[in-house]
Design a protein around this ligand. Structure first.
Ligand SMILES: [Zn+2]
Length: 55
């Protein structure tokens, strides 16, 4: 989390984060918008949101 704003590359695909960065719903990975989009299309994504709301 402490490197979230300082890291330059996506934890998932290694692409530069110049186009934007966001935290993964599944872990603390800092990912690019492209990976985030793929993540939202996963069937597990809705479950991850539900789990997050329970906190
Ligand atoms: Zn990525």
């Amino acid at each position: 989390m402490d490197t979230f704003f300082s890291q330059k590359y996506c934890d998932r695909c290694g692409k530069e984060l110049s186009g934007g960065r966001i935290m993964s719903m599944f872990n603390t990975d800092c990912i690019c918008m492209e990976c985030k989009k793929k993540e939202t299309e996963l069937p597990e994504y809705k479950d991850a949101i539900k789990a997050d709301c329970r906190l």
